[in-house]
Design a protein around this ligand. Structure first.
Ligand SMILES: [Zn+2]
Length: 326
């Protein structure tokens, strides 16, 4: 088996091999702090959680995954959401909706999006270790996406309005598939490499460029200040267990300032996974979620409006004139 770092380098080679990408990191570093300081009236906070079987840490096979996140973690995550009286979008893996229906029952009160059917890849860039199947054909992806939409409809009586691709990898063909299935909100770009700050409508040819697609891309929020000398992703994801952001309130102020410069609302979209909240995995792998701290610090320091993705999309599409972001 190849070392994980090798797969990582292949997955993200289109960044590592592109000199323009390094230039964009330097430009971002230079721009931060130049703009006006402005405090928004409200921060729009969109918590999201990927509801799925555990990644194959123990079996090293996508065919035999454990379910500690569903059995132990989901309830813990829901406690945090309910304590904060927050909205949330749950991205559910289609293959779990029947077997785990008792655990998933509380989600019927929330927005439910699709996380594919069985953690298959929605981009030709993803290699086998990080999602399956390896190099899925467009027909495969269409089949799995439809299975996922049908499973969610059977579970909650509604079709999903939003989508998150496994491993935060999506390509143009998959955005097209989403639109065919009448899914008009996506939250899948590799923002830990892109550093986007605002939601946007992607171009018809490139998911990371602004354009005229009907679908709204809502990037997972990152610290907008990239790390330049890191072998990992330069932008740290909010609340991710392996990429903790320090001084969350200060980072939100920078995002708020950059949003004010572009005259758009400040949007914070966090990602969590149910397995981050499993006590057993915490003991075995030291996996700890910081989501509880993140939500507390933001609500303590800012006037927060919680939204799920369909509500955010409605607000954005009705009120916001597109801005160009690098
Ligand atoms: Zn996932």
């Amino acid at each position: 088996m190849r070392p994980a770092s090798f797969d990582y380098a292949i997955n993200y080679s289109r960044y590592y091999l592109n000199p323009l990408w390094y230039a964009s990191l330097l430009k971002r570093r230079a721009n931060i702090g130049l703009g006006k300081k402005f405090r928004s009236k409200t921060i729009y906070f969109v918590p999201t959680c990927d509801v799925e079987l555990d990644p194959p840490w123990f079996s090293h096979s996508w065919e035999s995954r454990t379910d500690l996140g569903l059995k132990e973690g989901l309830e813990q995550f829901l406690n945090i959401i309910q304590t904060a009286d927050a909205s949330c979008t749950f991205f559910v893996e289609g293959c779990i909706t029947e077997k785990y229906v008792d655990y998933l029952d509380p989600l019927r009160n929330y927005d439910i999006g699709s996380h594919g059917y069985s953690h298959e890849a929605y981009s030709a860039h993803v290699v086998a270790r990080t999602a399956r199947p390896h190099k899925p054909t467009l027909q495969d992806r269409r089949k799995y996406l439809r299975l996922s939409v049908e499973a969610i409809r059977r579970f909650c009586g509604r079709s999903p309005l939003s989508f998150r691709a496994p491993m935060l990898h999506i390509d143009n063909d998959s955005l097209q598939l989403l639109e065919e299935e009448k899914i008009f909100i996506d939250s899948s770009i590799s923002n830990h490499f892109e550093g986007k700050i605002h939601p946007y409508h992607p171009s018809a040819t490139n998911p990371t460029k602004q354009g005229n697609r009907e679908i709204l891309e809502v990037p997972v929020t990152v610290n907008p200040r990239p790390k330049l000398l890191s072998l990992k992703a330069p932008y740290s994801l909010f609340s991710h267990p392996q990429r903790k952001i320090k001084h969350i309130a200060n980072v939100v102020r920078i995002i708020d300032s950059l949003s004010a410069q572009n005259n758009v609302p400040t949007v914070i979209c966090t990602i969590s996974h149910v397995w981050e909240f499993s006590q057993t995995l915490k003991k075995r792998l030291g996996m700890v979620s910081f989501f509880g701290d993140v939500i507390q610090e933001i609500t303590r320091n800012f006037d927060v409006t919680f939204l799920d993705l369909p509500s955010l999309s409605k607000m954005w599409n009705e009120n916001i004139t597109p801005v160009i972001q690098s």
